[in-house]
Design a protein around this ligand. Structure first.
Ligand code: SAH
Length: 328
């Protein structure tokens, strides 16, 4: 859908005045971008897995922005006129000294941009290219060709359209898990994939000749997307997905069912999941957990050992690691 975005640049002090003037003009649906909120948020955060202190944007305060969106259906001109009228009123009031002598309202510049959210939504698709993620596994976005990749007969090609679900194979945590699966999965294995996302690991398992795969995800959209990707890869006879919170409430038939449990989650979820893995995995079964920052490796490894597993191998990529363990 095409729409017009009208941005008004102001200062953090100006936000209330500008939004008030817009509301007076009948523009009620506005979005405020206040750099001070970001600063407050960053200062209030503790380092967690969810943000990397080195990646934080500059902490200098930039201008605040107020955005007005209108559909390009003829109403956009009225919205523009109303915005300019509101700005005119503010400038007059400022020049009269209505807001005090020292008030800084920023530039009050107006920027008009026409955007198409369909275009934007699919922009990322250009950057997702076919990639060899492990010795034999190639991940191919459905809308791309396998150009430039030398595909050998023994290679496995996974077709993926992740939609809104996580798992393109491009993330280190996914490729580390795939590498471990390639090393440990045996034909005929039964697999539980906790946090199935796009279904990428489940499909890899099917193509590595696992017999049956059950994917679990707390997100209904991931359940839907993964099932679509199973069909796309012709593995829907072997792989299925259900909605669930980790392994909670699983059918008793699945007790000691899995030859392998894979879980590409984050450390805290892996730690939460680990004690229940033992119940669903066969003796000597393999438990691959990933999504673990190297600084959390010792903590997660300890939790895995305490639940009766022996660590077989830890693989690393950048700040991430994946742990392969065997039930003893
Ligand atoms: N397996 C994919 C996706 C991993 S992303 C890959 O390796 O690329 C992690 C997934 O775990 C997400 O899809 C998220 O929805 C799911 N998830 C998060 N918390 C969960 C929980 N408590 N139980 C089940 N799934 C969960």
């Amino acid at each position: 859908m095409k729409y017009r975005k009208i941005s008004i640049f102001t200062s953090p002090e100006g936000i209330e005045i500008v939004s008030g003037a817009l509301i007076n003009e009948g523009i009620l649906d506005i979005q405020i971008d206040n750099p001070r909120d970001v600063l407050d948020m960053i200062q209030g955060l503790k380092p967690t897995e969810w943000y990397d202190p080195d990646q934080i944007p500059a902490t200098e305060e930039g201008p605040a922005k107020i955005m007005v969106y209108t559909h390009l259906d003829g109403g956009e001109e009225a919205a523009e006129v109303a915005v300019y009228r509101a700005i005119g009123e503010i400038e007059d009031a400022r020049d009269r000294g209505d807001f005090g002598e020292d008030i800084d309202l920023g530039t009050l510049e107006v920027l008009i941009e026409d955007e198409d959210d369909e275009e934007w939504k699919d922009k990322w698709k250009e950057f997702f290219k076919p990639t060899r993620v492990s010795e034999r596994i190639i991940v191919k976005p459905t809308w791309q060709e396998l150009d430039g990749i030398d595909v050998k007969p023994s290679d496995i090609v996974i077709e993926i359209d992740p939609g809104q679900a996580f798992g393109t194979g491009a993330h280190e945590t996914t490729s580390l898990t795939l590498k471990h699966m390639e090393d440990y999965l045996k034909p005929g294995d039964k697999i539980l994939d906790v946090g199935v996302g796009s279904g990428i690991l489940a499909i890899a398992a099917a193509k590595l000749e696992a017999e049956e795969i059950l994917g679990i995800d707390i997100d209904e959209e991931a359940v839907r997307v993964s099932e679509e990707n199973y069909r796309l890869n012709h593995v829907e006879d072997k792989a299925g997905s259900i909605k669930g919170d980790l392994l909670l409430g699983l059918d008793d038939e699945l007790i000691s069912w899995a030859d392998m449990v894979v879980a590409n989650l984050l450390s805290n979820l892996v730690i939460k999941l680990t004690p229940s893995v033992k119940k669903y995995i066969k003796p000597e079964g393999i438990y691959i957990s990933s999504g673990i920052l190297t600084e959390k490796e010792d903590m997660v490894a300890r939790a895995i050992e305490e639940s009766g597993f022996k660590i077989e191998e830890i693989k690393y990529d950048g700040e991430w690691c994946s742990i392969a363990a065997r039930l003893i």
